[in-house]
Design a protein around this ligand. Structure first.
Ligand SMILES: [Zn+2]
Length: 255
C-alpha cells in the first residue's frame, strides 16, 4: 500500500534527526510520497533541502502563497520566478486567493495568481490552489484561464457539493485533509457523495491535524487517518483508497 500526501509543509522541521524520524514514521504507515508546496522566497531552500534529502519520497513545488502577497509581492514573485528554472519541480504551488485573513491585497492576489498560472501553462505543470473564503474569485480566474494545459488540485477543499462539482468539471482534483475527520465540519457528507476518482489526500502538516491527534501539530504520517476516514465514508478498503488516490496524484504530478 502506497499513500501520497499531496500537500505537506513537513520541511518546516529543519533538525536533520527529527526530519529523519518524521520520514521514518511516514514510511512505516505506507506514506511514501510527499509533495511539498512552497509559500514564499524564504521557504524555497527549506523545500529544496527536504526534496534533496529524500529524493525518492519528497517532491518539490514552488509558488507564492496568497497570504504572502503583500506590499513587496512583486519582489517575492520575481525571486520565486528566478528559482524555478534552477530546480526540479512538479507543480506551481501553493497559489490562489485568501480573503479570510486580509482583503487588502485582493487585486494583487488576483494578479499574482494569474501570473503564476501563466508560468504553469508555459512549463506544462499543474497548479496547487489555496482558496479560503474566495471560491467565487478563484473559480472566475480558472474559468477565464481554462485550456487544455491547465490542471491541478484544489488543496484543502472544504466547500459545498455544488462547488466540488464545479471544481471537478474544470478537471481539477479535490485535496482532502484532516477536516474530513472533524465531526461538525460537514465535509464528511460531501466527500461521501464524490467518486474517489476525483480525490487526492493531504495533511497540510503542520496544520489541520486529523482526529485522533487534533490539537497537536500535524505530520505527514497522520495521512493514514484521513485515508481511513475516506475508506469508511465510501465503505471500501484502505488499500483501494491508497491505490486510487496515489494513482490520481501520479496523473496530476506526472510522477
Ligand atoms: Zn499549505
Amino acid at each position: 500500500m502506497i499513500l501520497t500526501d499531496t500537500h505537506t509543509h513537513q520541511y518546516y522541521e529543519t533538525d536533520p534527526v527529527k526530519r529523519e524520524t518524521l520520514m521514518q514514521r511516514c514510511l512505516a504507515s505506507g506514506i511514501e510520497r510527499l509533495f511539498l508546496p512552497n509559500v514564499d522566497s524564504s521557504s524555497i531552500e527549506l523545500v529544496m533541502s527536504q526534496a534533496k534529502t529524500f529524493p525518492d519520497n519528497c517532491f518539490a513545488m514552488l509558488g507564492l502563497h496568497p497570504c504572502d502577497v503583500k506590499a513587496s509581492w512583486q519582489d517575492e514573485l520575481s525571486a520565486i520566478g528566478r528559482a524555478i528554472p534552477q530546480h526540479k519541480i512538479y507543480a506551481i504551488g501553493e497559489i490562489g486567493i485568501d480573503l479570510y485573513w486580509d482583503k487588502t491585497f485582493l487585486k494583487e492576489q488576483m494578479e499574482a495568481f494569474k501570473m503564476q498560472i501563466a508560468w504553469a501553462k508555459k512549463l506544462k505543470l499543474p497548479i496547487v490552489i489555496h482558496c479560503r473564503d474566495a471560491f467565487d474569485e478563484v473559480y472566475a480566474v480558472l474559468q477565464q484561464e481554462q485550456d487544455e494545459d491547465l490542471r491541478g488540485i484544489f488543496h484543502c477543499f472544504t466547500g459545498t457539493l455544488e462547488q466540488a462539482q464545479k471544481v471537478i468539471a474544470l478537471g481539477f482534483y479535490l485535496g482532502i485533509g484532516g477536516v474530513v475527520t472533524y465531526k461538525n465540519a460537514g465535509l464528511d457528507k460531501i466527500v461521501q457523495q464524490i467518486d474517489i476518482k476525483h480525490l487526492v489526500l493531504e495533511t497540510d502538516s503542520p496544520y489541520l491535524t486529523p482526529v485522533p491527534h487534533r490539537g497537536k501539530p500535524n505530520e505527514s504520517s497522520y495521512l493514514i487517518y484521513v485515508a481511513q476516514k475516506v475508506a469508511d465514508l465510501h465503505q471500501i478498503s484502505l488499500e483501494t483508497v491508497a491505490a486510487t488516490t496515489t494513482e490520481n496524484s501520479k496523473i496530476v504530478f506526472g510522477v
